[in-house]
Design a protein around this ligand. Structure first.
Ligand SMILES: O=C(CO)[C@H](O)[C@H](O)COP(=O)(O)O
Ligand SMILES: [Fe+2]
Length: 213
């Protein structure tokens, strides 16, 4: 089953409680939380306290996407505050293997994300260690950008590289909508992140359903 992960980046920040309730009632599986530091990406968003507050509000899986430099400095706080999955960027973790082990030491799931221009082949020697690979289909930093179509090829390529004995989620993030969802799922995506498509829709339930179908 494909996991739908609405990105709270696109939610109305002043109505967060009801926004989360709506997508939870509509059958969303995970809550995707985009953490940006103003260094790795040119935008600043949420910190560990935000994750703690959302954790007190919702039972959904908290899927925390770290777009930050030196992720090892902040992983402990995000893990202690309720993250269920922490994803770090290949491009920001110098000692990626060590960082992945650090995430797993908190008994939560570890993901690795790659930017649009990064080759999936670079992930070959971390695949046995991770629970999820996140393929960015926009340049990280902002919601509402146009889907970069080469991501479809990258999903297929990654799928062919996955070890058969291990379940690794393939997540796609950026510009996902009701039109490209089925192609992404056919290519091998098992988790779809969608921000603008869900939260800017008049009918958020319908938007979530259209991604699942
Ligand atoms: O990681 C992200 C941006 O860096 C967001 O998760 C992503 O952009 C989702 O927003 P949208 O669906 O509006 O593209
Ligand atoms: Fe994200």
């Amino acid at each position: 089953m494909v996991k739908i992960a609405p990105s709270l980046l696109a939610a109305n920040i002043l109505e967060l409680k009801s926004e989360i309730q709506i997508i939870e009632d509509a059958g969303a599986h995970w809550l995707h939380i985009d953490v940006m530091d103003g260094h790795f990406v040119p935008n600043i968003t949420f910190g560990p306290d935000y994750v703690k507050a959302i954790n007190n509000l919702s039972n959904l899986t908290l899927d925390v996407h770290l777009m930050i430099e030196n992720p090892e400095l902040y992983i402990p706080k995000f893990a202690e505050n309720g993250a269920d999955i922490i994803t770090v960027h290949y491009e920001s973790a110098i000692h990626l293997h060590r960082v992945v082990q650090m995430i797993k030491s908190y008994d939560i799931k570890a993901g690795v994300a790659i930017n649009p221009a990064t080759n999936v082949e670079n992930l070959r020697y971390i695949l046995n260690e991770v629970d999820m690979i996140l393929i960015m289909s926009v340049n990280p930093g902002f919601g509402g950008q146009k889907f970069i179509k080469e991501a479809v090829e990258k999903i297929k390529h990654l799928k062919s590289m996955l070890p058969s004995e291990k379940d690794v989620e393939i997540q796609i993030d950026g510009g996902v909508n009701g039109e490209n969802a089925s192609e992404l799922i056919s290519a091998g995506a098992t988790s779809l992140v969608a921000g603008s498509y869900i939260f800017k829709s008049i009918d958020k339930r319908k938007a979530i359903e259209s991604l699942m179908n």
